[in-house]
Design a protein around this ligand. Structure first.
Ligand SMILES: *Cc1c(COP(=O)(O)O)cnc(C)c1O
Length: 415
C-alpha cells in the first residue's frame, strides 16, 4: 500500500501541479474537496471582476456594451471544445434550472409527443422543472427507476420508451454516486424511438471527457460554478446541436434572442442560431469571472485533467477500502474508473455529523442526504497528499467519535 511519502512524491511528479498557482488559495492547510459544488476562485477571475468593475463599468459605462454584448456566445465558444461541441453551439446564460426549462419547453411545445422521461436518481430540481414543463405542455413526466449507484443505463431506458416520449432528460454524471451514463448509447436508443435527449452536464463539464457532437447529442445544459470555477451563481450554459437550433423556439422570447434587438420591432422574430435561446441582459460581472474560470480549464485541456482525476479517485478509493471500510464506511461510487466522474461518495449512517467534524478540522466535503459524504477532486488544485490526509482525518474522527456533538445538533441550512 502506498505511503504518505509516496503520495507526496506523486505531487512532486504531477504535470498539473503548477495549475494550483492559477488559484487564490489563502489557507494552504485547508483541504478543499468541494470543487464539485463551488470551484475555487481563479486569480484571473478576481482580476477580471476587478477590471470589469473599475474600468469597464466605472470608466467606460454604457459604452462597454459594445464589448459585453457578445460575451454569452464568445464564452460559449471558449467552452465548446471542453464539451465536444462546435462553434456557435454553446451559449453561457441564465441558470441551469432556467436553461433546462427553456430547452425542455422548446422541445415539448414543438412536438406532438408530450411525455418526458426523467430518472429517479437525478437532481431533484431537474425533476421538478421537467414535471412542470410536461404538465404545462399537456403531458406528463415518466419516472425511470435506476440503480442509484450505477445511474441510468440503456437497459433502464429501453423499459420506458414508447411512441409518446418526446424527450429524455438525464444527468451525464450522477450528483450522488458520481456514475457516468453512456452518452452515445443512450442518445442512440432514444433517437431510434423518435425522442430527443437533453443532458445535464453539471457534474461532467470540466470533470470528465465527452464528445457531444461525436455522440450525436441534441441538447445539453450545465453549471459553470462547479468544476469550471466560474464563481458563486455564475451563469450556466446551454448547448443545442446546430441542426436543431432553428427548429426550436425559446419559451421566453426576450429581446436578447431577437433577430434585431435594437430595431425594437413590434413583434418577436427569433435570431438565427444559438442566440435565439438568450433572454435578457446578461450579468456581466459574473460572466467575466466565468470566462476566466473556463479559460484556465481550456488552456490545460480535458485529457490531462481527466487522467489526474482518475488517479486521485483511485487513490481515494484504495485508501477508503484500506482505512475507512473497517470503520463502517462504504464506497458509494462506481469502482470502474471508466464509469466514475470526479467525486467519490462515502456512505455512512452518521454522514452528516462526520462532515461537520471534518469541516471543523479543515477538510471540506459536502453532505448529501440521507447518508453520503461527497469528496470532490478538482485536478487543477487537488493534491495526492491532500487525499491521503483527508482519509486520515475521516478515520480519526470515526475512531474517536469526534462527530458526536453534531449527531444531536440541528442541521445547517446549507449542507
Ligand atoms: C448543481 C446542479 C444544478 C444547479 O442548478 P442551478 O439552477 O444552477 O442552481 C442543476 N442540476 C444538476 C444535475 C446539478 O448538479
Amino acid at each position: 500500500m502506498l505511503s504518505r511519502d509516496q503520495a507526496l512524491a506523486r505531487d512532486a511528479q504531477d504535470p498539473l501541479a503548477h495549475c494550483r498557482d492559477e488559484f487564490v488559495i489563502t489557507d494552504q492547510e485547508l483541504i478543499y474537496l468541494d470543487g464539485n459544488s463551488l470551484g475555487r476562485l481563479t486569480k484571473r477571475g478576481a482580476d477580471a471582476v476587478e477590471r470589469a468593475t473599475q474600468r469597464e463599468w466605472g470608466d467606460h459605462l454604457v459604452r462597454s456594451w459594445h464589448d459585453w454584448i457578445g460575451l454569452p456566445e464568445q464564452i460559449g465558444d471558449d467552452l465548446a471544445p471542453l464539451l465536444g461541441a462546435g462553434p456557435g453551439e454553446v451559449l453561457v446564460c441564465d441558470q441551469t434550472s432556467v436553461n433546462l426549462f427553456k430547452l425542455a419547453s422548446a422541445v415539448l411545445t414543438e412536438r406532438g409527443r408530450k411525455v418526458v422521461v426523467a430518472d429517479d436518481s437525478n437532481f431533484p430540481s431537474d425533476r421538478y422543472v421537467l414535471a412542470a414543463v410536461a404538465k404545462a405542455a399537456g403531458g406528463t413526466m415518466r419516472e425511470m427507476a435506476v440503480d442509484p449507484l450505477a445511474g441510468p443505463t440503456v437497459a433502464d431506458l429501453a423499459k420506458v420508451l414508447d411512441a409518446s416520449v418526446g424527450l429524455v432528460s438525464l444527468s451525464l454524471v450522477s450528483f450522488k454516486s458520481g456514475a457516468i451514463a453512456d452518452l452515445a448509447a443512450i442518445t442512440a436508443l432514444a433517437h431510434r424511438h423518435g425522442a430527443l435527449v437533453l443532458w445535464d452536464l453539471s457534474h461532467a463539464a470540466g470533470a470528465i471527457e465527452f464528445d457531444l457532437r461525436g455522440a450525436g447529442a441534441d441538447l445539453a445544459i450545465g453549471c459553470t460554478y462547479k468544476y469550471l470555477n466560474g464563481g458563486p451563481g455564475a451563469p450556466a450554459f446551454l448547448f443545442v446541436r446546430r441542426e436543431l437550433q432553428n427548429q426550436l423556439l425559446s419559451p421566453i422570447p426576450g429581446w436578447f434572442g431577437h433577430e434585431d434587438m435594437f430595431a425594437f420591432a413590434g413583434e418577436y422574430r427569433p435570431a438565427a442560431g444559438i442566440r435565439r435561446f438568450s433572454v435578457g441582459t446578461p450579468p456581466i460581472l459574473s460572466l467575466r469571472a466565468a470566462q476566466a474560470g473556463i479559460a484556465v480549464t481550456a488552456r490545460v485541456g480535458m485529457a490531462p485533467i481527466r487522467r489526474k482525476s482518475v488517479a486521485l479517485t483511485e487513490l481515494l478509493i484504495a485508501r477508503a477500502d484500506a482505512v475507512l471500510q473497517p470503520l463502517g464506511f462504504t464506497v458509494a461510487t462506481p469502482r470502474d474508473a471508466e464509469r466514475r466522474g470526479s467525486h467519490v461518495s462515502l456512505a455512512h449512517p452518521e454522514a452528516y455529523a462526520i462532515t461537520q467534524a471534518m469541516i471543523a478540522r479543515k477538510v471540506v466535503p459536502d453532505f448529501r442526504a440521507p447518508n453520503l459524504i461527497r469528496l470532490g477532486v478538482a485536478p487543477l488544485y487537488t493534491r495526492f497528499s491532500e487525499i491521503w490526509d483527508a482519509v486520515e482525518v475521516i478515520a480519526e474522527i470515526a475512531r474517536t467519535r469526534a462527530h458526536e456533538p453534531w449527531l444531536r445538533a440541528a442541521r445547517t441550512r446549507v449542507t
